[in-house]
Design a protein around this ligand. Structure first.
Ligand code: WQD
Length: 351
């Protein structure tokens, strides 16, 4: 059973990917310093899979601590690297924190990939690498424009570091460019647990609907889009998780032509912020309390994916709809409120 190291395994996409990996026969360990996550999520992973997943509470910015994981697990056959800061707005306010964390952790991991000869490396990249694209939907060969935020720059730089590393390495790498991950596992045993006030749209919607946030802001309705609000491609986190399993299998089956391949992971459907709010209200039956505010620095106006490559090459077929996203996200928010005991620590951190 191949052992996979998932960094950021206590995080939102990381925990959902661990579930999918286990369900597909992998042995998984996590490395997560829990600076932005709660290890309690692994109880939910165990509830779904029946497996206890070991988490190494390690800051990947420490080479020695990162190296120690590989010394203890010389049988790591693949790495899926999620651990990074990922809030566009916050990155505008704290650029150096984003560059230091996101780049140092990556470089330390790649040094270990080299030393321990790890054959497969899957990287959590982002559609933010495209900046404000000239045309949408974006394909993997859409010209990369200047990033709109330090977060986007950190992902562009990370991709370049991996591409250059791959030129002189036997490791096989895949860059997965996520669009907007949202929703929760259909069992509602795991979901998104933002620490403090959520930066992302869907948790902001559900926390407003449940009363944790009194009123949410829509950051701008004066963009050149069909209703003035930004356009995004919301992809269900469980669809996104399964793409990682498929990416690993793709590499294990030696189907890759180069040792650094890129795939867009989006549904191919562009949805405006206001349309997303309407979808939530329809699915949940809740009227959302929001107001239109000013634009948020760092926001891309409109982006959604051409996902043909992931479909045709990885055999990936996203199954969940926008309504499924809103339904599972809402059910998860209701569960968080009901299970304050289980997630008490995390809930106390919310405003
Ligand atoms: C979406 C839209 C906001 C909150 C995310 C991830 C990033 C990357 C790409 C994976 C924007 C608007 C939001 C709110 C709002 N994913 N919004 N009110 O910025 O597209 O980036 O997807 O790597 O990691 O962060 O997502 O959800 O923050 O914003 O109006 O309270 O919703 O202005 O137009 P974003 P987001």
């Amino acid at each position: 059973m191949a052992k996979i190291l998932v960094t950021g395994g206590c995080g939102y996409i990381g925990s959902h990917t661990i579930v999918d990996l286990i369900e597909n026969g992998y042995d998984v360990i996590s490395a997560d310093n829990n600076s932005r996550s709660n290890p309690a999520i692994l109880y939910g992973v165990e509830q779904i899979t029946g497996k206890k997943v070991k988490n190494y509470k390690v800051d990947l910015c420490s080479f020695d601590d990162t190296h120690a994981i590989f010394q203890e697990n010389e049988d790591i056959e693949g790495i899926i690297h999620f651990a990074a800061y990922k809030a566009v707005g916050e990155s505008v306010e704290k650029p150096l924190m984003y560059f230091e964390n996101n780049l140092n952790s990556l470089i330390n991991l790649l040094k270990c990939v080299q030393e321990f000869d790890v054959p497969y490396f899957v990287f959590s990249s982002s559609c933010t690498v495209y900046g404000n694209p000239e045309s949408i939907p974006v394909t993997e060969s859409t010209p990369i424009k200047p990033a709109e935020s330090p977060y986007g720059w950190s992902k562009q730089m990370s991709e370049t570091i991996i591409q250059e590393f791959a030129k002189n390495s036997s490791c096989n790498n895949i860059l997965l460019r996520y669009f907007n991950p949202a929703g929760a596992h259909p069992s509602v045993a795991i979901g998104e647990m933002p620490l403090g006030r959520p930066q992302n749209l869907v948790p902001a919607i559900t926390q407003t609907a449940i009363g944790r946030i009194s009123k949410m802001m829509v950051f701008g309705n004066d963009y050149s889009t069909r209703d003035g609000s930004c356009i995004r491609d919301f992809i269900h986190v469980s669809d996104l998780a399964h793409a990682h399993t498929l990416a690993l299998q793709f590499l294990e089956n030696k189907n890759n032509n180069t040792n650094c391949e890129v795939f867009n992971l989006g549904t191919g459907n562009g949805v405006t912020v206001l349309e997303a709010i309407l979808a939530f209200e329809k699915v949940s039956g809740q009227k959302l309390n929001y107001e239109i505010g000013s634009r948020r620095a760092g926001d891309v106006v409109a982006i959604y994916a051409n996902n043909d490559l992931a479909k045709n090459v990885l055999g990936w077929n996203p199954a969940y709809t926008l309504d499924d996203i809103m339904d599972t996200a809402w059910k998860w928010e209701l569960k968080l409120k009901a299970d304050e005991t289980v997630f008490g620590v995390i809930n106390k951190g919310l405003n």
